[in-house]
Design a protein around this ligand. Sequence first.
Ligand code: NAD
Length: 482
Amino acid sequence: MKVHDVTLPTGLKIGAEWSFSDRADIPVFNPADESLLTHIAGANEQDTKDAIDAAERGFNTWRKTSPRERAEVLRKAFHLMQERKETIAHIITLEEGKTLNEARGEVNYASEFFRWFADQAVQLDGGLSAAPNGDKAIMVSHHPVGIAYLVTPWNFPAAMATRKIAPALAAGCSVILKPATETPLTALYVAQLLEEAGVPGDAVSVLPSKSARTISDVMFADSRVRKISFTGSTEVGRVLLHNAAERVVNASMELGGNAPLLVLEDADFDTAVEQTLVAKIRNAGESCIAANRIFVARSLYPAFSDALAVKMAALKIGDGRGEGVDIGPLVNQSTQEKVAALVDDAVAKGANLLTGGKQPDGKGYFYPPTVLNDIPDNADILHTEIFGPVAVIIPFDDEDDVIAEANNTIFGLAAYVMSADTTHAVSVAKRLEAGVVGINKGVISDPAAPFGGMKQSGLGREGGYVGIDEFTETQYIGLDWP
Ligand code: NAD
């Protein structure tokens, strides 16, 4: 398969070898028209064992490079991703469905992790200090944790991979990535680009597979694999944590969300509508930090519902490559059916449908921007991660009550507060049980910020100054104080 005259890799990357076996058993589809893009090779048990052997060799080479050398390679990867932005964006749009504009934004975000962690690679701090009672020196140093098993979802196929690969490589680890079955092409291309940037072939493997379980069973059974870093649903995260418990494998988890967005009475109305729209429809709502429950002060509720409905209705849906398209298709049929079922259930139970709600005819997994309010408490949509372009608006009267309601979920990934009074907004944000909070901003991810969830939304943080720590072990040496 070619994109922009570039032939995309469709084989397995097992260390330095690309394996184009005759086992091309994973079909990859374009969700905009349901057409088959290509078939790619799927990894089996033996491929996984071979990848671990390669990763061991890769680790032994890569860990010995100097932090400066690693930083230079990562910086090169950043520049290569920037140079190939159009190609990568097209691959993302073809296999995931988001608009080209959004895909370009994702390439920017994804590539920045290489630049950010290039800087972090040379700044891993250690320390030497005297023990308080003066009987010894305390020397602290950081070491790469070892072979890291990385598992990523389909919704941001470039960024979810680089957010893990960049800190892992910066720390000196080797990695084995299992990308989502729906979106393997982006991951394979980024891996090819990393080799071009100078990462030793054996330090990076990519194993798409129809059976994630097969890969996981081999990984968790092998004592050389020391780290699991997963992004995906809480359900699968729980399974992987159980797997990790057996050998006490170091685990980082970026899991599901159910983000509340609070429009306080003192919000700037236009900003609140605009930023709610952004927080809702990014990637057609298929984002772990998408605003899932929109709580609006009673006095603003009718006007806000109408204004958001007008904006949502004006969005153009279509193939992400189309001119002026705001929203692409959902990733696959089951996601489309799940979103439709949630809306139908809410409407059947008495919710008010302000716009959307009707699946278009024809090819492609499209779902229209939809706004619901006056939703009965027993509607499933109030208690589920929607993962679609559906805005759910709920009125509130009391600030303490709405904060309690916002926190009334097993999830704690993202939250949003709309208020023209920053002090007020921050005081509310601090009471929200969420790892990431946007104030008057619908887009908050940044490679320089620690991203991650509280409660059942995850363990650990990606990005920021702490992102590299997820891939290091800390060692303390006690010695005589000279
Ligand atoms: P998913 O959990 O179904 O799958 C994620 C990945 O796990 C895929 O690669 C899948 O093949 C793999 N997988 C499934 N079972 C596995 C097993 N037993 N062993 C190893 N791998 C296994 O999630 P999804 O549908 O791809 O993505 C959507 C979910 O991801 C949503 O819940 C969303 O909130 C979450 N997400 C979270 C973040 C975050 O940063 N917290 C970011 C993006 C997406």
